[in-house]
Design a protein around this ligand. Structure first.
Ligand code: FAD
Ligand code: FES
Length: 260
């Protein structure tokens, strides 16, 4: 069940020019609510009329040993820039957890699971990878970015599985887009989970469909309320229009109208 909580910033690390990693915990040492991979939080950003509406941010990771929620933020506007300026000790109001989650396969540990993240879409893949590892799976990660400096949290990802990368300028990993990476040609995956720019996810959905691979995508439609009231996040699906904030953000590609 979703809750409105004040959390305290324990750390805010600037990872590069436009990304920061914020770690938050409860103010009274009570345990954080249970959160599943793919779910998101709505952050209340004070201090500007432009940020009147909460901002949706994916659960990047839950550090159970420290009772910490991690948020990976790309500063692109007023709200995200203000978040990147948070200082240790600041109190932040969040609505959480929101949305559905990625499907964790039941058993059969032999399954080949590929987690693909592009840009800030790598954020939910870290927590998903850690949960899959906890269940005994060995996920493979494929992370794409413009350039080497935009590939983030690589050491964290490497704790949970093998990591492959692409950069558009060829400065790290294979040059090109994630869909060009050789791992897609060399390994037969049973499921793909992805989050990133829509054109990237659509290309992955086409690849998965052509190769009969189960595929879940996490949509990042523009949101306001985050809990099904304002209807600004609507996506057309085979079952009609749905709210991404409540029916998603995670959808199986069979439900979307992206592939025939
Ligand atoms: C479910 C979900 C999970 C998300 N997870 C993360 C995350 O983990 N980390 C992160 O940094 N961001 C994430 N986002 C995107 C984030 O919510 C937006 O970048 C943020 O709301 C922009 O707020 P702002 O005030 O900084 O920018 P604004 O001033 O509101 O907007 C700046 C520019 O960004 C565009 N924009 C606004 N919202 C989005 C969006 N949802 N997608 C693409 N462009 C947008 C605007 O059209 C505008 O051009 C997520 C979005 C959704 C829906
Ligand atoms: S964000 Fe308001 S209905 Fe989805």
């Amino acid at each position: 069940m979703k809750k409105m909580l004040d959390l305290v910033v324990t750390q805010n690390n600037q990872l590069n020019q436009s990304y920061c990693l914020i770690k938050l915990t409860t103010t009274d040492n009570s345990p954080l609510p249970e959160m599943f991979p793919g779910q998101f939080v709505e952050v209340k950003v004070d201090g500007s009329p432009k940020t009147y509406l909460r901002r949706p941010i994916s659960v990047n990771y839950i550090d159970k040993s420290k009772n910490e929620l991690w948020l990976l933020i790309q500063a692109i506007g007023d709200g995200t820039r203000k978040m990147c300026a948070y200082k240790t000790g600041d109190i932040v109001n969040l609505l959480l957890p929101l949305g559905n989650s990625f499907t964790i396969p039941d058993e059969n540990k032999a399954q080949e699971l590929l987690l693909i993240g592009g840009g800030v879409g790598t954020a939910p893949m870290l927590y998903l990878g850690s949960c899959l590892k906890e269940k005994g799976f060995k996920p493979t990660f494929l992370l794409g970015a413009r350039s080497k400096g935009d590939l983030l949290q690589l050491k964290d990802f490497a704790q949970y599985g093998e990591v492959f990368c692409t950069t558009e300028d060829g400065s790290f990993g294979e040059k090109g887009y994630v869909t060009d990476h050789s791992v897609l040609k060399n390994t037969r995956f049973s499921s793909i989970y992805t989050c990133g720019p829509k054109p990237m996810m659509m290309a992955i959905a086409r690849y998965a469909k052509e190769n009969k691979i189960n595929c879940e995508v996490s949509l990042e439609n523009v949101m306001a309320c985050g809990f099904g009231v304002c209807l600004c996040c609507v996506e057309k699906t085979r079952e009609g229009n749905v709210c991404v904030c409540t029916d998603g953000p995670v959808f199986n590609i069979e439900k979307l109208t992206w592939t025939n």
